[in-house]
Design a protein around this ligand. Sequence first.
Ligand SMILES: *[C@@H]1O[C@H](CO)[C@@H](O)[C@H](O)[C@H]1NC(C)=O
Ligand SMILES: *[C@@H]1O[C@H](CO)[C@@H](O)[C@H](O)[C@H]1NC(C)=O
Ligand SMILES: *[C@@H]1O[C@H](CO)[C@@H](O)[C@H](O)[C@H]1NC(C)=O
Ligand SMILES: *[C@@H]1O[C@H](CO)[C@@H](O)[C@H](O)[C@H]1NC(C)=O
Ligand SMILES: *[C@@H]1O[C@H](CO)[C@@H](O)[C@H](O)[C@H]1NC(C)=O
Length: 382
Amino acid sequence: MLIAGAILCLVASTAPAPALSAGRTTFSVSSFGAAGNGIADDSEIDGDVLAPPGMGYWPKARRPLQWLNFKWLDGFTIQGTGTVDGQSTLLRSVSPANVSQHWYISGVKPTLIRFYSSFNVSVRNIRITNSPQCHLKFDSSGGIKVKNITISSPGDSLNTDGIHLQNTRDVDIRSSSIGCGDDCISIQTGCSNVHMKNINCNPGHGISLGGLGKDNSLACVSDVFAEHINVENALYGVRIKTWQGGKGTVRNVTFSNVRVANVATPIAIDQFYCDAGGGGARCGNRSDAVGITGVAYRRVAGTYTYQPVRLACSDARPCTGVSMADVRLSPASAAGAGGLRQPLCWKSYGEAMGMIEPTGIACLQRSNGFVMPLTKPFNYTC
Ligand SMILES: *[C@@H]1O[C@H](CO)[C@@H](O)[C@H](O)[C@H]1NC(C)=O
Ligand SMILES: *[C@@H]1O[C@H](CO)[C@@H](O)[C@H](O)[C@H]1NC(C)=O
Ligand SMILES: *[C@@H]1O[C@H](CO)[C@@H](O)[C@H](O)[C@H]1NC(C)=O
Ligand SMILES: *[C@@H]1O[C@H](CO)[C@@H](O)[C@H](O)[C@H]1NC(C)=O
Ligand SMILES: *[C@@H]1O[C@H](CO)[C@@H](O)[C@H](O)[C@H]1NC(C)=O
């Protein structure tokens, strides 16, 4: 499918179709194979786009990794007041007779909307909900604008990232609300010039760069700017996570004007990242790591339930150029039952300025600009 200058409108059945400017093409969502009621292949319905409620409803040979998959587009817009609903209810709310058809049981869990190798794409105003996996994904793309969208899934739905970016540059995500069971916005290798503004994340795992460098892979992420971010009821606020043994760099990342409420760990760098599925063998310390340099936290304020700051950088490649300015964090009244942890700065170099509360979170080690921590030369280019 190669489409230029197209607009896909998702219009709730009660709303009139918006006027389209001349020279553009409108595609009915039904022509992409969307079913109206989630089971039957009917196309009379002009409203919300419903996925079948589980893989059991799909022919076995054709179970997709993505549900709505757009490839090789240039200049494409999805907009409207409609909803794309993955109908992935939590397993516990499925009747016993239908459990085998549930997404989680019946095999591959598809991403709800995915763009691949697409440029100048805009997604506006729609609502995306109950994905069995990631809600909106951009892969190997560029010139992406996402504005005024709502993503919602329960906080305990597994692996349901809100927006997922990989190998994608020149991205602007703004004025959107994202609630899900995993990362609110996830930024993976190959991403650069990513701007996020006015984003609400609640609930979920916050804004996350990584996990990068899994299985000794090369990871490059640069020029990420997140401002006016509000994170509530989440595991993390703003996080960078890398696996031991990776290569590459994360550089020039700024988190500015971040408000947190009821967030377990608002500020985190974890160079020892290893998820449960990773297996112990992958989790040991290695002599290499994805380098992290130039990370700024400016005006981060609010409440935490576990540990205010956790900067755990690798012994092999310490984090450099980390700066904090005006960071004020206090325990939430409903702090976690496990008790609170002191802030941690391990092998993290940089400086803290302005108002820092409590002062203990400014645990960065000074590197005065001349004395750099000992690091091995990089033998690759990002
Ligand atoms: C944002 O999206 C909602 C839902 O589609 C819509 O009602 C509202 O008008 C949009 N706001 C702007 C500023 O476009
Ligand atoms: C179970 O699945 C059948 C289709 O196989 C469907 O007609 C029925 O409504 C489902 N029941 C529930 C409780 O989801
Ligand atoms: C994206 O749009 C801009 C401005 O309309 C245009 O200059 C550029 O060539 C487009 N990029 C691609 C990859 O099509
Ligand atoms: C850092 O990233 C921001 C946001 O993408 C960009 O505007 C700025 O030019 C970058 N700074 C450097 C020194 O590359
Ligand atoms: C890896 O190194 C860190 C920091 O030196 C240390 O705390 C941790 O215990 C080590 N992990 C393993 C598995 O050796």
